[in-house]
Design a protein around this ligand. Structure first.
Ligand SMILES: *Cc1c(COP(=O)(O)O)cnc(C)c1O
Length: 366
């Protein structure tokens, strides 16, 4: 089978380097919030081009703590899209906030700034913009709509590490475009740890300070709780060391991911639209296609020995746990029209040329 992802391949290639990075941590004996973690926060801030990066335990925690940090009194609504896996909804609900949904653009599947205008009001504390599939969203357009309402803009960069507009040097990176940004280092992400991890990046000193307190019980200093709503959300020293080693490798990995998607796009028949991933603005996290009957395409690929997956099968406003009685049903025509139409194909840097070729032939034969 051609797998949708296979983490063992990168691990085999990197094994000695990873052992070296982990050994250095073991030799030092600092396991949490030590020198690797501090250096990782500095490396990440420099890489993203922001003043502050704060390590946390997962991408969902990053979203939750960023939301808690930007929240202002009297506003308790978060606006986000319903087609991005539910993470922002889970985070917002954990932060005690209500979620309102905005529809997406049919071409890119990203938040549609034109629809956003009709969703905002004075109750909204933040808009979460997801760089879905790795595509850098037009955050400036979102900010232009949001600013008159005084709400914050948070980027969800979980799928977009390394996406950059205007060249790697001096360019503008995903994670530097809003009031704050959330990253996930879940193992399958473009920058993955050997377990869970996350971070918040921001230029706002107040947001960085608040997230730094909230990730550790709300402590201002040890054992003094100055912020309510804190939790334990630490990124450990071993994961920080692994992430520091892997961070410089992501650019090449992203380029290879884009090459995979370009080859699928060239091979696909007219009935399968491959969402393009062209240039460094796209981190090419997922190779997503649109087809009239995604399940039929998935079955066809399976007969060719090719795995696929749906990102994501259930829009947030249809998730069973979020269906609140008595609430008027939300209408998101574009989001709903994509249900049953999207499918993700194998896409990771270590895919072999033979495997890519096999996916291409299967697409052409559909
Ligand atoms: C993976 C992901 C998250 C959540 O990250 P975790 O580290 O798994 O909590 C959030 N948003 C998006 C878009 C993701 O893909």
């Amino acid at each position: 089978m051609v797998p949708i992802n296979d983490l063992a391949r990168a691990l085999a290639l990197q094994r000695e380097d990873l052992h070296r990075a982990i050994d250095a941590v073991l030799a030092r004996g600092r396991l949490v919030h030590g020198p690797e973690h501090a250096a990782f926060e500095r490396d990440l801030a420099a890489c993203v081009g922001v003043a502050h990066a704060v390590g946390v335990a997962s991408g969902t925690d990053a979203l939750e703590l960023a939301l808690r940090a930007v929240r202002t009194d009297g506003r308790d609504v978060v606006v986000t899209v319903a087609n991005a896996g539910g993470y922002a909804s889970v985070a917002a609900r954990r932060a005690g906030l209500r979620v309102r949904y905005c529809d997406v653009d049919p071409g890119t599947h990203l938040l549609d700034p034109a629809h956003l205008a009709g969703v905002l009001d004075a109750e909204v504390c933040a808009v979460v913009v997801t760089h879905l599939y790795g595509r850098l969203a037009d955050v400036a357009a979102v900010r232009a709509v949001v600013e008159p309402w005084g709400a914050a803009v948070i980027e969800d960069c979980a799928q977009a590490f390394g996406a950059v507009r205007g060249g790697a040097r001096g360019g503008v990176h995903a994670g530097s475009l809003g009031d704050a940004a959330a990253f996930s280092f879940y193992p399958t992400k473009n920058l993955g740890a050997l377990g869970d991890g996350g971070a918040v990046t921001t230029d706002r000193a107040d947001v960085a300070a608040r997230v730094t307190r909230l990730r550790q019980y709300g402590w201002g200093e040890k054992y003094r709780i100055v912020d309510d709503g804190g939790r334990n959300s630490r990124l450990d020293e071993i994961q920080a060391a692994v992430l520091r080693y892997r961070m410089p490798l992501v650019a090449a990995g992203n380029a290879r991911r884009r090459e995979v998607i370009a080859r699928y796009a060239a091979a696909a028949p007219a009935s399968v639209r491959v969402l393009d991933a062209v240039g460094p603005e796209h981190a090419a996290h997922l190779a997503v296609v649109e087809a009239d009957d995604a399940a039929r395409l998935a079955a066809h690929l399976r007969t060719w020995g090719i795995m696929s997956e749906v990102h994501y099968p259930v829009p947030d406003h249809h998730q069973p746990a979020f269906l609140t009685e008595g609430r008027s049903p939300v209408s998101l025509p574009v989001t709903e029209s994509l249900v049953g139409r999207v499918l993700s194909l194998p896409c990771f840097p270590e895919l072999t040329d033979a495997e890519i070729e096999r996916v291409c032939r299967a697409l052409a034969a559909y």
